[in-house]
Design a protein around this ligand. Structure first.
Ligand code: APR
Length: 234
């Protein structure tokens, strides 16, 4: 990209964690090919069959112990440490690979696998183990924990912070996301409407690829370190 950015918003999706061994949602063989979105990722699905939903997220939470951040996560961790301007990393991912890649202040708009939400008292608590045996909420003791993951039909987290950063940034970068799920899929249009430069880094053209000023296609583990190097060199 041309001018040196002073304020950057980065949006990441499942594609940045794919090379770490975490399944994406919409690629061939992705999670939504093997599971019904309605069953697994809606409040109605949870009400109908909580055991199925708790087991699904318990398995994904346990799976985090078997994966490591890749070069793309590490490069963004380096960017946070070394970039002199404003930087907001918004992720749709519920894994913790950005944190383990060194990024400290990650904005998890779709929640986190390693967090529990109590449906009785509303408290969000750090959570490592399974939930299928209905453990008590650490705060109110009710056995009413659910995954602290934003399901379809629910409001994503941190929208005020994200909207403010989008309005103020001079570069918006989207990494490893298909652009199929709103509101995140709309960030590029919002940024462009404010005159912000926009860049896509994705394995293949996303649904919104034509909206970006520039799109680079390839593996995140290659494209992201290259781009971070460019930004830090200025
Ligand atoms: N490097 C870069 N991009 C990749 C790689 C890779 N190694 N592997 C896959 N991708 C790209 C795919 O080409 C695809 O465009 O990552 C994208 C993944 O898209 P999705 O599976 O749709 O994931 P995401 O965009 O994060 O999904 C958004 O949908 O179901 C919900 O809540 C869930 O947060 C998720 C949201």
């Amino acid at each position: 990209m041309s001018a040196r950015p002073k304020s950057i918003v980065i949006l990441t999706g499942a594609g940045i964690s794919a090379e770490s061994g975490i399944d994406t949602f919409r690629d061939a063989g992705g999670l939504w090919e093997r599971h019904s979105v309605y069953d697994i990722a809606t409040p109605e699905g949870f009400a109908r069959d909580p055991d199925l939903v708790l087991r699904f997220y318990d398995e994904r939470r346990a799976g985090l112990a078997k994966v490591e951040p890749n070069a793309a996560h590490l490069a963004l961790g380096r960017l946070e440490a070394e970039f002199a301007g404003d930087l907001l990393l918004v992720t749709q991912n519920v894994d913790d690979l950005h944190e383990r890649g060194g990024f400290v202040d990650v904005c998890h708009m779709h929640g986190e696998l390693r967090s529990a939400l109590c449906t009785s008292c509303g408290t969000r608590s750090p959570w490592e183990g399974p939930m299928r045996d209905r453990p008590p909420c650490p705060v109110c003791k009710a056995p009413t924990l659910r995954p602290d993951v934003v399901w379809f039909g629910e409001m994503p987290y941190h929208m005020d912070r994200i909207e403010d950063a989008l309005a103020a940034c001079d570069l918006f970068v989207s990494i490893g996301t298909s652009g199929a799920v709103y509101p995140a899929a709309g960030f590029v249009s919002q940024a462009r409407a404010m005159g912000t430069r926009t860049l896509e880094l994705n394995l293949e053209p996303s649904e919104g690829t034509a909206i970006f000023h520039q799109a680079r296609h390839g593996a995140a583990s290659r494209l992201v370190p290259e781009w971070v190097e460019e930004v830090l060199k200025g």
